[in-house]
Design a protein around this ligand. Sequence first.
Ligand SMILES: *Cc1c(COP(=O)(O)O)cnc(C)c1O
Length: 341
Amino acid sequence: MFDLKKITRANIQGLKPYSSARDEFSGSDGTFLDANENPFGELNRYPDPYQQELKQVIKEDRNVDLKNIFVGNGSDEIIDLLFRIFCNPASEKALTFSPAYGMYDVTANINDVELIKINLNDEFDIDYSSVEPFISNSDLKLILICSPNNPTGNCPDFDVVERILKTFNGVVLIDEAYVDFTKEKSFVELIDMYPNLVVSQTMSKAWGLASARVGFAYADSTIIDLLNKVKPPYNVSGLNQKAAIEAINRKDIYQKNKNRILEEKEKLYNSLSELEIVIKIYPSEANFFLVETQNANQVYNELVNQKIIVRNRNNIVRNCVRITVGTGDENELLIQALKSI
Ligand SMILES: *Cc1c(COP(=O)(O)O)cnc(C)c1O
């Protein structure tokens, strides 16, 4: 049985969170002399600590109750908060699958938490049998699963992930940074079923707001309460909340740009597959391809010389580079450059 109390760090359970001036009085009408703000200017007031207007629009868009939504300073903040809430430094553990998003490793290191890494199989899928020996380890508090996965581009088998959710008594983060690009099912629909499930999404990719640093976590309200307790009081700036609200209110622009990316993705796939230097293009549910080339280090360096930057993943997946789908012109420049190598 999953028992949130049992897996939450004792210091976090007992934490009395900072109470900001805007927590104690949150109305918008009044004479505000409580927060030592400057009375002049346009950005002079602290932003809403709980981003209520933003939550209202994302609630409609994702069909999730307000009590199940947390807004982070990018989804990277959410990953860090989960380590800080659930994993005692220097003793407890987290687990992820390899190859995966590099921030899991860095965040685990910063928090002094051992990150167990299990290799995905040859199809970049999760074999349940490879996780099973760890599931009942009482030091293991957090499992991180990326779907669609960065850098491989595929979604791990839904049923296997659900089996992990069912059998693991710690918290499972499903990082859905690229979910908007796929037709595969999101795990958000399952948050009512699994009290140990946290789903993260971001405005950095399909929404085109990487600069604004806005990410979401969807989970049972008891986990959302813990995230709110531990986050910095004003973790998402007023400017960024506003940018996010405007983007969500312009769903037409989002759709149009996303469709353009998906069209370019198909064209890019076709052009890449005709190149001699390309050995394999892994199937992708995201806005990038993991591409095996003849000599990835050389390909990477020659592209950099031509001022085209891709991600060299050679030390994670041999002879692979990760290529983001750009505009039609950008992709064409890439293809011409690859032809010249
Ligand atoms: C890009 C990416 C993120 C995004 O993080 P933000 O902090 O929201 O910009 C999260 N997870 C994965 C796997 C990513 O590739």
